[in-house]
Design a protein around this ligand. Sequence first.
Ligand SMILES: C[S@@+](CC[C@H](N)C(=O)[O-])C[C@H]1O[C@@H](n2cnc3c(N)ncnc32)[C@H](O)[C@@H]1O
Length: 209
Amino acid sequence: MPGPSRRALARRLESLDDFAEPSAALEQYLTPPEIAAHVCHLASLQGDLERPVVDLGTGTGMLAIAAALAGADRAVGVDVDAGALALARENAARVGATDATGWIRGDVTRHPLSVGDATVLSNPPFGAQRGNRHADRAFLEAARELAVVSYTIHNEGSRSFVESFAADEGGEVTHAFRATFPIAKRFDFHAEAEATLEAEVFRIEWGDR
Ligand SMILES: C[S@@+](CC[C@H](N)C(=O)[O-])C[C@H]1O[C@@H](n2cnc3c(N)ncnc32)[C@H](O)[C@@H]1O
């Protein structure tokens, strides 16, 4: 059965709650519903939701819930923050995605998971604003451990970094697109009340492990 249209998916995701008290250190900001819908609509078309789905740094649960609503039988969100996982669980209940989702507390940089061949979705901390360039590298390493295919969201200008990381690991970037994040001022280093963040989204097919 075909999944929901991208627009219908985005509309359902708009009802998810954002972080009430986001942690700057953990770079907690919502993945916009439009972008989550775009990623999961593409993943559905590619057959990538037929595998178990793992959302690394799930936060509000946005990407895991989007995957479940787009047709994944099982989507598990991992986050280091227990408060985020409680929010993700509530968000899943709000849109009727409780049965297809699960939530695990763990540090992604310590590779807490062992699942069969998975599809990984992730909007990791970028690290750019905190002088920790390529904080997303540890999330890519975890994706490479877990995934047959991954979709990851990175800072603008990450394409060559992501492509060479994938190539070094026997993988290949098959799709890439830009995404604009509207972000309200929430952390002290955001000078303006409303700002946008330019990001890039990549689909990677990983080679044999
Ligand atoms: C950009 S936010 C994720 C946004 C999420 N897709 C959403 O829409 O809510 C990054 C998330 O990664 C989590 N995180 C940061 N470092 C982590 C780590 N080492 N292990 C697991 N989760 C981590 C944060 O708590 C935060 O929820």
